[in-house]
Design a protein around this ligand. Structure first.
Ligand code: TXA
Ligand code: MG
Length: 315
């Protein structure tokens, strides 16, 4: 198992040596390595068992450092960064050569994000390189929102987990790129489309690709637990199953069954997002065969939650 602690000097020393450290962000925990060191980045792909066609997000200390790693900044990208960084927003820019090709899987764009977590911001301030960091889970599985989640799955492969407690947003960053300067959302996430459109006007959506996806968050099966997940009207689905072998993941309603997780008893969407991955992990460990779930109301973060549920069920 990896050591879990709050020692920034230790995290810095490991990263400088090209080792990997799990870092907290407001969205999910990341598996971080020096983004300018191709060997460190190779380790990230190995530890996650991640296919090399899936590019990594590069985490920066502030908007000021963007110009070191990217050029061609659409005005709308700058407006979004000014408004929402640090925060759950990744922006795609044209990459500079200083970013090794392995980071971006050979694409000429790089995803940059300034995360909003005190500990990781202090770490980035102390480093003279940015951090490549995908979510700290094996490829295709549910993202981690607590240090223990990282330790359970990657603990024997990394040296250190920086303990930043429970992730406040709980769902990955929203990814926005610019196609002929038109803001285009490639992954729904912790920043809602409504918030983005308040700043830059209407956006295009490019969320699905069954092969050679722009973002593997676009893959049909992703964020998936080991159990079979079925989405629909829980009251109807429940008629078709053996209750002892079934878990229910509901938005708000208490089904009074032996195995269940309620995302938010008060129907609070940010709370539901924060609980989503914990819920999938918790239910995945129960002695059940199937998880029955339902879509949440499709506004704000609800769309990102529904996207993760759909991919967890691979429909
Ligand atoms: O909230 C987050 O974004 C978390 C935390 C750790 O920052 N990171 C995260 O990374 O979710 P990951 O690797 O699990 O998902 C990143 C997604 C992938 O689907 C990848 O394909 C996409 O971002 N991506 C990265 N760079 C890209 C690029 N240049 N063009 C298109 N998609 C890109
Ligand atoms: Mg991921």
């Amino acid at each position: 198992m990896a050591e879990i602690g709050k020692d920034l000097a230790k995290a810095k020393a490991l990263l400088k040596r090209g080792e990997l450290v799990a870092i907290p962000t407001e969205t999910v925990y990341g598996l971080a390595g020096n983004a300018l060191n191709a060997d460190a980045v190779t380790k990230i792909f190995e530890v996650k068992n991640r296919p090399s066609f899936d590019p990594l997000i590069v985490h920066v200390a502030s908007l000021h450092s963007v110009s070191h790693y990217a050029d061609n900044f659409p005005l709308k990208a700058l407006a979004l960064a000014k408004q929402f960084w640090p925060g759950p927003l990744t922006l795609l820019f044209k990459k500079k050569n200083i970013i090794p090709d392995i980071v971006t899987s050979g694409l000429d764009s790089v995803g940059l994000r300034c995360p909003n977590h005190e500990l990781t911001r202090s770490l980035l301030d102390k480093l003279d390189f940015p951090l490549a960091a995908p979510s700290a889970n094996p490829f295709g599985y549910v993202s981690p929102t607590r240090p223990e989640h990282v330790n359970e799955q990657l603990g024997d492969k990394i040296a250190y987990i920086l303990d930043g407690g429970v992730c406040k947003v709980g769902i990955e960053s929203t990814i926005v790129g610019f196609v002929h300067d038109k803001p285009t959302v490639f992954r729904l996430g912790g920043l809602s489309i409504e918030e983005i459109e308040k700043v830059v006007g209407s956006v295009d959506l490019s969320l699905n690709a069954s092969s050679n996806p722009k973002a593997p968050g676009q893959l049909k099966s992703h964020y998936a637990p080991g159990k079979r997940v079925r989405i629909g009207n829980i009251e109807e689905l429940v008629q078709e199953v053996v209750l002892q072998r079934t878990a229910i993941l509901s938005f708000q309603k208490d089904y009074k069954v032996p195995h269940q997780f309620i995302l938010s008893k008060t129907g609070n969407m940010p709370e539901a997002a924060k609980n989503l991955f914990l819920a999938l992990r918790t239910l995945d460990k129960l002695p059940v065969d199937t998880i029955l779930t339902e879509y949440v109301p499709a506004d704000g973060l609800g769309n990102a939650i529904n996207d993760r549920l759909r991919r967890a069920a691979a429909i």
